[in-house]
Design a protein around this ligand. Structure first.
Ligand SMILES: *[C@@H]1O[C@H](CO)[C@@H](O)[C@H](O)[C@H]1NC(C)=O
Ligand SMILES: *[C@@H]1O[C@H](CO)[C@@H](O)[C@H](O)[C@H]1NC(C)=O
Length: 423
């Protein structure tokens, strides 16, 4: 391994340091100064850990800075399990032939276009053997409730169809979903095409997304999850742009995992796509539809879970050693939308899911997932058996499934959030 810059790791802060910090907060309110000094040290340490020295930096029109970081210096290798990891530059197995070019849909009645670009591409490219990393700024920590929680997801994020309790929806500070899923199997990957929108997000601490979940284990404290899709999250990114994202956890969102490259774990090999980068163009209500393809699959030889965006960008992988259950196979796959309903003033949020329109509006109006597939035990992509749909509150966001023709298994999903039937 090449040498890397020594950094302060906030997770190693001792209990004593926490006590000092608590004391500092108390004195800070009286005298000022002490707390902000300690806070400043923590902020600098964390920024240094996240923002690796770059060979080149590219300013994106959306205000992002994309750092081109040498591939061997990316955050992944700070992970204790990956200190002596050898980068795999290519999957040893792929469930389809990616290198043969894109497959064009033959259906002219519902023709969508493929999203080709991230916004920062207009201002440059990252050189070979570097990876593009969206730079984290000081303001990003200020928006997050704490430095330690920055880049982490709340544990209520997992759609949990089986134990769904209608009474709990309105009382918990809820995440709401409209999904298709398949469970109780052995899955080695998942794929789908999803059209991409810019849903309105009412409160800064809410988000709206469309994604695939690859889940291992049960819904206890050790749930393993690998996730990828698009999201609008003002708290995470400081704006309302639609961005490509990934997430992973190996303990049900408690201690491990993060979005994008905001913690060590995901190993990126691609120099063209930045995790967390804005994507364009987006679908218009009643107009052009743009979709992205996400494929997640397990390289059964090496044990790593790979991510592909579109038909040609193999982005990187989550090393199998990060996981417990997923080191073998996934037991459940979910596809669909999620929003946070923060229930400001006791009313349902107006945060939209997908296009902000209900599933029954269909093509060009509702959001969709099409060509929903899983990778089976023989490493083949195919239509899943036993697909089901789930949503917590149909009057706020809903889902309608179908199958056939060039769309294979598909569903429309989404909704406006607060409306006369969802007060
Ligand atoms: C994001 O959208 C919300 C709600 O539509 C709006 O109030 C807010 O100003 C927007 N934020 C930015 C940074 O554009
Ligand atoms: C195209 O989509 C329409 C509407 O869903 C469907 O009826 C038709 O069978 C599809 N055509 C092909 C070639 O898949």
């Amino acid at each position: 391994m090449p040498s890397r810059v020594a950094v302060i790791n906030p997770t190693t802060l001792s209990f004593a340091a926490v006590l000092v910090m608590t004391a500092a907060i108390i004195t800070a309110s009286a005298a000022g100064g002490d707390f902000s000094d300690l806070h400043e040290v923590k902020v600098r340490g964390h920024l240094k850990k996240l923002n690796r020295p770059a060979l080149k930096s590219i300013k994106s029109p959306d205000g992002d800075v994309i750092d081109c970081v040498p591939i061997s210096q990316q955050p992944a290798f700070e992970h204790p399990l990956l200190k002596s990891h050898t980068i795999q530059m290519k999957p040893s197995f792929h469930p389809e032939d990616v290198y043969s070019g894109s497959k064009v849909s033959s259906n002219t009645t519902k023709q969508s276009k493929v999203i080709l670009s991230q916004l920062w591409h207009v201002n440059g490219k990252c050189p070979e053997n570097t990876v593009p990393i969206r730079r984290t700024r000081r303001e990003d920590f200020i928006r997050a409730n704490s430095i330690e929680n920055y880049g982490k997801k709340n544990q209520k994020s997992i759609p949990k169809p089986k134990s769904y309790d209608p009474a709990s929806v309105l009382t918990q500070n809820g995440h709401q979903h409209a999904i298709m899923y398949v469970e109780d199997g052995k899955f080695y990957g998942a794929k789908a095409k999803m059209n991409v929108w810019k849903p309105d997000v009412e409160m800064p601490n809410e988000f709206s997304l469309g994604q695939i979940w690859v889940l291992g284990g049960n819904f206890n404290s050790d749930l393993n999850s690998i996730e990828a899709g698009w999201q609008v999250s003002p708290q995470l990114y400081g704006d309302n742009n639609t961005r490509l994202f990934t997430y992973w956890t190996s303990d049900a969102y408690q201690g491990t995992g993060c979005y994008n490259l905001l913690c060590s774990g995901f190993v990126q090999i691609n120099n063209e796509i930045a995790m967390g980068g804005s994507i364009a163009p987006l679908s218009n209500y009643g107009g052009s539809q743009y979709d992205i393809t996400i494929l997640i699959w397990k390289d059964q030889k090496e044990g790593n879970w790979w991510l592909q965006f579109g038909e040609k960008y193999v982005i990187g992988y989550w090393p199998g050693s990060l996981f417990s259950y997923l080191s073998e196979s996934a037991s459940m796959i979910e596809w669909g939308g999620e929003v946070v309903n923060s229930e400001d003033e006791g009313r349902h949020t107006r945060t939209q899911m997908g296009s902000g329109h209900f599933a029954e509006e269909g093509w060009a109006k509702a959001s969709y997932f099409k060509n929903v597939q899983i990778v089976d035990g023989s490493n083949t992509l195919r239509d899943p058996d036993g697909l089901q749909v789930f949503t917590e509150q149909e009057s706020c966001y809903n889902v309608k499934s179908g199958s056939g023709g060039s769309w294979g298994s598909f569903f429309y999903y989404g909704g406006p959030g607060r409306n006369p039937d969802c007060p």
